[in-house]
Design a protein around this ligand. Structure first.
Ligand SMILES: C[S@@+](CC[C@H](N)C(=O)[O-])C[C@H]1O[C@@H](n2cnc3c(N)ncnc32)[C@H](O)[C@@H]1O
Length: 273
């Protein structure tokens, strides 16, 4: 994994002193700005939450407590994700034509990996389904998978072991550990409903994208079935309305919003001017 690759170190921001591109070192990464040491390779990822004074954020929702479970992390891609996507979004997303491969295809092509250069961020990567797909499609660029769940990152690290260009970071989406304008694109599949403060996450994504950089996400709109609507309500899953999201992102400074409906879910793309 490319933890000492200059292309990776150049974009990393120290969670303590906020210096960008200041980490260096062999066994551990040390920040040249404040001396903060970050162990490399613990569990296969860099833990930037462990080392900050902010401490461990409590899992806010029941869903997030599941995301911290080793069992759910292991079963997530095969069983958990398809079941919930089917329930909340119907046949159109993930389970529809092309299955999850179709969903990955839409994200990969919306990011435009061929036309732009990375580094690419797979934000809230879970066990790394999209991280691996992006890494395979952009072998010359660093692909960073970031999540708040240790369990998810441990599984992601095992599954991405064969990808030399994947770096995994534990951090909070509300305070991204990257410099301003550092990234070519951010992928953000199925996680908006999990954030305490989506506005803050959108602002962070906007900050870390370089001008022209692209933000591709997917989330749930209204569930198409009664059972789906009931499940969403019972699990406290927030739904987003595409026009509302378009207005929200444009207020933050994104433009060129586009969306593709997939049943009760949608994929969207917006750009930093
Ligand atoms: C429903 S999963 C989606 C995983 C993956 N993107 C996919 O589509 O397969 C949501 C992920 O968001 C992560 N997450 C929740 N809150 C987060 C936060 N504040 N910062 C970073 N990741 C977060 C969870 O740990 C979980 O892995």
């Amino acid at each position: 994994m490319p933890y000492r690759d200059p292309a990776f170190l150049a974009v990393l921001r120290c969670p303590r002193c906020q210096a960008t591109g200041a980490f260096e070192g062999a066994r551990a990464l040390t920040c040249g700005g404040c001396g903060l040491e970050v162990a490399v390779g613990k569990g296969g990822f860099i833990d930037l939450l462990d080392v900050t004074s902010v401490g461990e954020p409590p899992a806010a929702t029941a869903e997030q407590r599941f995301m911290e479970s080793e069992l759910v992390a292991r079963l997530y891609e095969r069983f958990w994700r398809p079941t919930f996507v089917r329930l909340l979004a119907g046949k159109g997303a993930g389970g529809g034509i092309g299955g999850v491969a179709g969903e990955v295809f839409v994200h990969r092509h919306s990011l435009g990996l061929d036309e732009r250069k990375g580094p690419w961020l797979d934000l809230s990567c879970g066990p790394g389904l999209f991280t691996r797909a992006l890494a395979a499609a952009a072998p010359g660029a660093v692909v960073i998978g970031l999540d708040i769940s240790r369990a998810m990152l441990e599984v992601a690290a095992r599954r991405a072991a064969g990808y030399a260009n994947v770096a995994l970071i534990r951090a909070d989406a509300h305070a991204l550990p990257f410099g301003d304008g550092a990234l070519g694109g951010v992928n953000n599949a199925g996680a908006l409903h999990a954030y305490d403060d989506p506005e803050q996450v959108f602002r962070e994504i906007h900050r870390v994208l370089r001008p022209g950089g692209v933000y591709v996400g997917s989330t749930f709109a209204e569930a198409p079935t009664l059972l789906g609507r009931w499940t969403a309500r019972a699990a406290g899953i927030r739904r987003f309305d595409p026009p509302e999201l378009r207005a929200w992102l444009s207020r933050i400074g994104f433009h060129e919003f586009e969306e593709l409906r997939l049943g009760g879910a949608f994929v969207f793309r917006a750009r930093r001017p």
